[in-house]
Design a protein around this ligand. Sequence first.
Ligand SMILES: [Zn+2]
Ligand SMILES: [Zn+2]
Length: 222
Amino acid sequence: MLAIILPIIAVIIGFTIALIFKPVVNNSIKLLLSFSGAFLLSVIIFEFLPEVYNENTTNIGIYIMAGLLVQILLEFGSKGAEHGHMHHQDQGSFPFLLFVSLCLHSIIEGFPIADNQDLLYGVIIHKIPIAIIISAFLFNSKMSNIKSGIFLVLFGLMTPIGAFLKSQLIFLQEYSTYVNAFVVGVLLHVSTTILFESSKDHQFNASKFTVILLGIIIAYFL
Ligand SMILES: [Zn+2]
Ligand SMILES: [Zn+2]
């Protein structure tokens, strides 16, 4: 049940923050993004990845790499929206490819969150800054409010739909370990890209380093 409600709340929080502060993507959002990347990566490394390998399924690494590759393909469509990038050219029309890629990513990351509480938190924390950035992009775009609203509502529903599908489809449950390994690959790529892009100029930034360290420590003690 939490896996259905919390991702929706995360998008609402992100939307509200964007609405109140009308941010140009500023430094505090970048810090929040860095924190979320470190937190998500730590949950994967500390909990989710060992869990997947513990199942002793052969060739599990192949599924992890498959997830990673699919995420790379999705980012050709989304232009990196799922890791907080808006390289998308705004033409005022509904950004269909961006939308579909982002939704596919969100459904996939929803699959394991009902069975894994820590990963649920990781995905929620990851979703808030992304929702802020997407909302800010939609506010600033030439798109109509109705189109922007549809975009946000559907985007908000995708991860809960993923969690719901996992609970309903026997196919996904039977191959649960493979599905989880695939999601590990997807989230590994997203979280490491967030961290990588947060220090693009390789300038040491104390506050950024602190929030990254904090993300790791909190995830460890969760
Ligand atoms: Zn990017
Ligand atoms: Zn995501």
